[in-house]
Write a protein that binds this ligand. Structure first.
Ligand code: IPE
Ligand code: IPE
Ligand code: MG
Length: 242
């Protein structure tokens, strides 16, 4: 396997365990989210250095609105603060930020921050940081189907021309390649409505580590595990050990 292929082009992370980390440290849940921002910085740096081109982070699911109001507000506040604080460093490092998720429920301030970070980092070409914020994979697929149906209804698209590529092009991730590696921290082994369509042939890695404790070393362990995987895509590989 060539060096190039052993490095995933796109790593997606379900950052889980902030609440449990806070509890373990006798802190409030929001303090776990604050500690998690440091892990984002570490992993972003490690990903860019290793040559990963896309890093998607699941920051807030559509279901997460159901959490206590104070926690939701703390997460929104943290998002705004981080965006303002990190912007110059992101630009310096050549990182482009793209937000996926629905924008309907955000406050004016959050919307302003999303626009700001996306426009200031637009020219970054070293790594794209995709933040899944108010994201739900099922809604993403449903919305894609709705817009395809609208195009059919107005005669812009023929039913026979709907294929996998057309559906992919109607998703929020339309410009982003499918993830090669999906990591979920904290020992939970589920997708929780994350990238359901895009994850078809992703490799999965589930470390026990809680997100605020996840660091560069943990990230390189994940990449090492990925490099040992054999991606078969349903085919038979001649020199396969299996
Ligand atoms: C992940 O950590 C962050 C978000 C979902 C926003 P959690 O807050 O889910 O942490 P646990 O799962 O309760 O430990
Ligand atoms: C998934 O984590 C969402 C994020 C990490 C943003 P949750 O902690 O909300 O998921 P469940 O409830 O354990 O499935
Ligand atoms: Mg959780």
């Amino acid at each position: 396997m060539s060096e190039q292929r052993s490095i995933p082009q796109h790593v997606a992370i379900i950052m889980d365990g902030n609440g449990r980390w806070a509890k373990q440290h006798g802190k409030e849940r929001y303090e776990g989210h604050i500690a998690g921002v440091e892990s984002v910085r570490r992993v972003l740096r490690a990903a860019a250095t290793t040559g990963v081109r896309y890093l998607t982070l699941y920051a807030f699911s559509t279901e997460n609105w159901g959490r206590p109001v104070a926690e939701v507000e703390a997460i929104m506040e943290l998002f705004c603060k981080s965006v303002v604080g990190e912007a110059p460093e992101l630009v310096k490092q050549g990182i482009r930020v793209q937000i996926i998720g629905e924008r309907d429920r955000f406050s004016e301030r959050v919307l302003e921050m999303i626009d700001k970070i996306e426009s200031t980092t637009l020219k970054g070409d070293r790594l794209t940081l995709v933040l899944a914020f108010n994201y739900s994979a099922r809604r993403e697929i449903m919305l894609a189907m709705r817009s395809i149906a609208q195009r059919v209804a107005c005669g812009e698209l023929n039913v026979e021309d709907i294929n996998e590529q057309v559906l992919s092009e109607h998703l929020m991730t339309r410009d982003i390649p499918d993830p090669d590696l999906i990591i979920r921290t904290s020992g939970e082994c589920r997708l929780s409505n994350f990238l359901l369509w895009q994850a078809s042939y992703a490799e999965f890695y589930f470390p026990e580590t809680l997100w605020p404790d996840f660091d560069e070393q943990e990230f390189s362990k994940a990449l090492e595990a990925y490099a040992k995987r054999e991606r078969r895509y349903g085919l038979v590989i001649e020199d396969s050990k299996a």
